[in-house]
Design a protein around this ligand. Structure first.
Ligand SMILES: [Zn+2]
Length: 640
């Protein structure tokens, strides 16, 4: 089997700066484990003559970046800059002088109904003047033959008056996108002699753009599922395709893009699948919000997998890489590491109410058990792992396991406490006791994260809560306040609005808004508005999942109204309101508007769903008016 000629690992410096020492060390590790390039995800992280607005604390100088390139060159390592040129240009648009280049420059509303400056306008000459000046400066710093121009997730493309006018006159989004790619290609390839790399996700929604863009651009096929059997679209109901076969037919080069935080299974299964085709290599991504120390295990695995032509047995590669990384080849230790890093961690919940997801599913229960057991096993080897970098990495893994376990346990407690008041068995004292211990654990995690931050990133501003202890300490405060409401009996005054959803399109964008009318008033009171998604990482929960919203004051509901907008729609299986031992259930559906399928399914508590909204994200992508349409129904509730 051929090894990958292109083997890069990305560091996300845009969302979180690192010290030059950390970047140099990152290059060392990448080289040691078989990569031949690091890709620095920068957006506007480098302050230059044409982009002088970032403060020194929030940017690197060209001189600092030259130091990194010189260091890497000494190690025969390439440094590839990644500078988003269309979407995800938040770091540029943070600065007022750049605002006139934004797609939403005139206070406009984007595709998702919000005003956030995250994309450039491809219809303005000024955009390309700025980009040309800036990337020219960067090519003077980065000598790599490659230049990655981003171009993923440009959700707001086509939203400004100029772009909208082009669409009205007959151009498609495909044309706007392809036009942008042609412009940056002309600058970077034509004038500056670089080979472009781009993320390929938008080409799924814009197939005509693929026909039009230069074929010498390297496409990065990113897929973050834990188990990749076949590529799937990132949107649009996860349509399965064989995109790499298509690129092979067209003579387009491409690399695979797994994500370190998604565990070794993501890298291994995507690579395994890609071997059927002819990829030129891989770009392992690292994104914000996950502590860097926790990522190194998967980095070492990916480097070895991609640089070893004999690598077919992922488990063997893993064992060899981990034994080298940790300086320890005990089989129990390696087995535990393999289990700990196979799949990614649960994403973080910010508020006590976010943990109200019903009882643990079998998957969640087993993950919690595993996190506890692996923590004990790996912890027992801690003293045998050399102090310094190897032990820091192990500590990062241990900390992530603890955090994951704590989250499952909080979910368990929250469910138990509410259920105790809502007709279930009341275990209040025992659960509160457990809750206090969890608070202590969270405080310890927060302290440890703070300490790591101070050690690894002196003088660097924390941009991401995930890396510092801030997330845990915020959650501690909120949980402590919640436990007070249990102690004082306030929880007795709190009912629960239970909603069971069905969402087969995990990456859809269904915005829901729930209002409730209570006894004694005609007024509609907002219960919740948001984008309900399954409990991440828990695939057994998908497509069905439960969300519970507290209702304070024991108000008795008469009606509930749901409004759905956005992309992809959502299914509602059932709703129920519980107040103490009383239960209020749907008896009738009224006032239907928009696209609402099988509304009567809500009357029965089974797996039949009422679907609200336009199911085709692809169609709505080209016609955002569809996404703004409101699909609504009212549910009449009665005590039963
Ligand atoms: Zn525009």
């Amino acid at each position: 089997m051929k090894n990958f000629e292109f083997r890069a690992v990305q560091l996300d410096l845009a969302r979180q700066m690192e010290t030059l020492d950390t970047i140099r060390h990152f290059i060392d590790v990448a080289k040691q484990f078989g990569f031949n390039a690091v890709a620095l995800y920068l957006e506007g992280r480098v302050r230059t003559k044409t982009f002088p607005w970032p403060t020194p604390e929030e940017s690197y100088t060209p001189g600092q970046m030259r130091e990194i390139v010189a260091y890497a060159t000494q190690q025969q390592m390439d440094v590839i800059p990644i500078v988003s040129t269309l979407g995800h240009v938040e770091l540029f648009l943070r600065h007022e002088p750049v605002h006139p280049l934004a797609e939403l420059r005139d206070g406009g509303v984007g595709r998702m109904g919000t005003h956030r400056l995250n994309a450039f306008c491809p219809s303005l000459e000024e955009t390309y003047r700025f980009l040309e000046d800036y990337v020219t400066e960067l090519t003077e710093i980065f000598s790599s033959r490659y230049f990655h121009v981003g171009c993923d997730e440009v959700w707001d493309m086509g939203c400004c008056p100029l772009c909208a006018e082009r669409l009205r006159k007959g151009e498609r989004l495909d044309d706007l996108f392809a036009g942008h790619i042609a412009r940056v290609h002309r600058i970077l390839s034509g004038k500056l002699g670089r080979r472009l790399i781009m993320w390929d996700d938008l080409l799924e929604e814009l197939p005509l753009a693929l026909e039009a863009i230069p074929t010498d651009i390297i496409q990065c096929v990113w897929q973050y599922d834990a188990f990749v059997e076949q590529t799937k679209t990132h949107w649009g109901r996860r349509r399965r395709d064989h995109r790499m076969a298509d690129y092979d037919r067209r003579g387009i080069s491409y690399v695979v893009g797994p994500w370190a935080a998604c565990g070794t299974r993501n890298t291994e299964s995507l690579t395994h699948y890609a071997r059927r085709f002819h990829p030129m290599g891989g770009l392992l991504t690292l994104w914000d919000g996950h502590p860097l120390e926790d990522q190194y295990a998967v980095i070492t695995f990916a480097g070895r997998l991609w640089s070893n032509p004999e690598a077919e047995d992922g488990r063997k590669i893993c064992d060899q890489a981990y034994a080298e990384l940790f300086g320890l080849d005990d089989p129990t230790f390696l087995q535990a590491l393999w289990a700990a890093k196979s799949v990614g961690p649960l994403s973080k919940r910010q508020t006590p109410a976010a943990f109200l997801r019903g009882p643990l599913t079998p998957y969640a229960f087993e993950r919690a058990n595993q996190a506890r057991l692996l923590g004990m096993v790996l912890g027992s080897f801690r003293d045998r792992v050399p102090a310094g970098f190897p032990r820091n990495v192990l500590d990062g893994i241990l900390m992530s396991l603890r955090r994951e376990l704590v989250q499952y346990e909080i979910r368990d407690i929250m469910e138990g406490l509410y259920e105790g008041w809502n007709g279930g068995v009341n275990r209040q004292a025992a659960l509160l006791d457990k809750g206090r211990k969890l608070l202590e654990d969270l405080i310890a995690i927060a302290d440890r994260r703070d300490a790591v931050w101070r050690r690894e990133r002196p003088n660097i501003v924390a941009a991401q809560e995930g890396n510092t202890g801030k997330f845990e300490s915020n959650l501690c405060d909120k949980l402590a306040a919640f436990f007070k409401t249990v102690e004082t009996g306030q929880l007795r005054e709190t009912g629960l609005f239970v909603i069971r959803y069905s969402l087969p399109d995990y990456f859809g964008w269904p915005a829901t808004k729930w209002n409730v009318q209570y006894e004694g008033s005609e007024e509609w009171v907002l219960l919740d508005s948001g984008m309900p998604k399954p409990w991440d990482g828990d695939y057994s929960d998908c497509p069905f999942f439960t969300v519970k919203h507290p209702i304070s004051g024991n108000r008795r509901p008469l009606r509930a109204r749901v409004e759905v907008t956005g992309y992809g729609g959502i299914g509602i299986l059932y709703v129920e309101v519980r107040i103490g031992r009383e239960s209020f259930r749907p008896v009738r559906i009224e006032n239907i508007a928009g696209l609402v399928q099988d509304p009567d399914n809500i009357l029965v508590d089974d797996t039949g769903s009422c679907w609200l909204g336009e199911a085709s994200t692809a169609e709505a992508f080209h016609n955002p008016a569809m996404a703004r349409q409101v699909h609504t129904l009212e549910i009449v509730l009665r005590q039963s």
